[in-house]
Design a protein around this ligand. Structure first.
Ligand code: MN
Length: 245
């Protein structure tokens, strides 16, 4: 199955800098979004280090299984960010989320840390494939907050797992078989904090065979709904060419 992919990032309407980073490597079929945090431009540094560590680790260790590669790559990124913080005091507190998707034949392998997400649109229905490592998501999973309360909660930006916090990093990795017509979306929270899953589903359905249009429409929608944060999206449409194979 062939696929079409596109990625786009936007500063949004309220921030001066874009601390998000994305990776679209069609040759290796590796896609990632990282959302950096920290003052003095440190957020951009952290997200850049994470994306570079991912890209290098995948390029340098083709013999490893993808699941192990993602864990190794994220731990390498984490180690480099922690070392950078020790080397430069003004970078203290910097960190980043990351979500990465690697396609191998008829499956995808997804790894993540933090609240950047992967969604799958299949048969017209949108599902979030990653569990946010965030305070509000943990409260929702324990039944202490509703989705709606979480969406408006003052602590909604608190991530409970990120690269750069400490040297040990737990990474969530999962795999999933792909089907013709699947549309995968990777995004930073600047998308899903501004628009709900119902609108994401509607936009992806409308543009399911055109990732360029889908990315543009998602970012426009997030900006129209406030654009409070940097917005990054990658859309991967499986088998979306005319022949479908
Ligand atoms: Mn963000």
């Amino acid at each position: 199955m062939k696929s079409r992919v596109h990625g786009l990032t936007d500063v949004g309407r309220r921030r001066e800098n874009n601390q998000d980073q994305l990776l679209v490597d069609e040759e290796r079929d590796v896609y990632a979004v990282a959302d950096g945090m920290g003052g003095h431009a440190a957020g951009e540094v952290a997200s850049s280090i994470a994306i570079q560590a991912l890209s290098e680790t995948i390029a340098e260790h083709p013999e490893e299984t993808v699941n192990q590669l993602l864990v190794d790559a994220f731990q390498e990124g984490n180690r480099r960010i922690c070392e950078s913080v020790l080397a430069r005091g003004e970078w203290r507190g910097m960190g980043t989320t990351i979500v990465a998707l690697v396609r191998r034949d008829d499956k995808v392998i997804i790894g993540h840390v933090g609240d950047s997400r992967t969604y799958l649109l299949r048969d017209g229905a949108l599902n979030q494939l990653t569990d946010d490592h965030s305070w509000v998501a943990e409260q929702v999973r324990m039944g202490l907050l509703t989705d709606e309360e979480a969406h408006k909660h003052p602590m909604r930006n608190i991530v409970t797992r990120a690269m750069g916090n400490r040297l040990e990093l737990e990474v969530d990795v999962s795999e999933r078989a792909v089907r013709q017509g699947d549309v995968f979306l990777l995004c930073s929270d600047g998308l899903n904090s501004m628009i709900g899953d119902d609108l994401i589903e509607e936009i992806l359905t409308t543009h399911r065979s055109d990732p360029v249009q889908a990315c543009r429409a998602l970012i426009d929608a997030a900006n129209e709904h406030g654009g409070d944060d940097n917005i990054t999206v990658i859309v991967l449409a499986i088998g979306s060419n005319d022949s479908g194979v």
